[in-house]
Design a protein around this ligand. Sequence first.
Ligand code: HGY
Ligand code: MN
Ligand code: MN
Length: 428
Amino acid sequence: MAILPTRAIEPPVRADQERIADMLRQIAEIGADPTAGISRVGFSKDERDAHELVGGWLRNLGLAISVDPIGNTMAVRRGAAENKPAIAFGSHLDSVVHGGKFDGIVGVVAMVEVMTLLAEGRAATEHPLKGMIFACEEGARFGEPCIGSKAIAGMLTEADLTRIRDAEGITLEQAMSGIGLNPLQLADVRWNRDDLAAFLEVHIEQGRILEGESRPIGLVDVVSGSTRLRMTVAGRAGHTGGTPMQHRADALAAAAEITLAVEALANGPTYRGTRATVGVLDVYPNRITTIPGRVDMRLDVRDFDSDRLRRAAREIADRARIIADRRGVAIDAEVIADTSPVVLSMWLRQALSQVCGELGIDWRFMPSGAGHDAQIMASIAPAAIIFVPSKDGASHVPEEWTSVADIAKGADVLYQAILRIDDVLAAS
Ligand code: HGY
Ligand code: MN
Ligand code: MN
């Protein structure tokens, strides 16, 4: 099905690589962690400072800037027509701990660059355009990913504000209030789905397919789901010298066997393709002369198949219980976050592939093993993700890197796609 261009691609407007490089550099100065990488976690002052920095750039373009009660920043560019739904695009500025300078940032920088190109060219669109910076996309601090976009999509409840806690026991509500946000106005954050025509996100691939194929653009067809568990293993602390091996209930030894069982399940025939990772082991009392009495584990299960994702999570909890029983320790398992896989909009992918072809930019359809705000926005409007390559597939680490030239290509595709979508929707 051809998405016919009604507005030929003018002598292609091209993103400005120096401007992009400068934006990346300025954002990277906020939340730079002296020990390694970037630690700009959700609902931190650093995240707010980054939103304010980028919000200032967007305000200087003459856009109407607003911040909703839980910290999503929006920049609206009026359309020629009144009362048309917006075409939104953007990403997030928060990072994991000791993360990189590109995850989420690339999508925000591409959004600013596109708004700048539009302002420079005085290009008019029928639909209003909405630049987005979502709050707290990473699950790094609270376990729950995409807090800002879930609130916009109506997937975050008042109960979540006090249920969801970080490792220090700080609730979402306390964290938001602590930096001057207004979580009790959560109901005002939700968008009416009639107000949104499409959502697009430029993002780093966080894998090595594009680099391996020397392709600059990936158009995402399916986004992996993720189910996250917290498991508490309770054994018996004791003296490492005075307690014979046969009299122990060692919580860490049990957690270690459970960790290997998680790995074995994802490497096994039934769950091949599922990715399961124990990323957190908090050991108590974590002292060399005391047998660990308690271990808090947190793990992340990912799959493109919704049923298999949940089955894998249940099977992991079952296998953990068997190990715990045999070792004479107690175990408590709970789901702390659960996000479904999503197939993204076909017509947006078609429009994007056509734009890539017309720009002479090589592309491919591909899955996303990582989760994204676009996966949440897909619940209220057609959504698309434009991938740019990650060097060595590295992400969520300081070595994360994507070339400015590839980011500029992502911005070029985003710019032309927005005009194409505006035309197609205006003509329909
Ligand atoms: O963890 C993820 O899937 C993404 O980087 N938020
Ligand atoms: Mn991201
Ligand atoms: Mn991430």
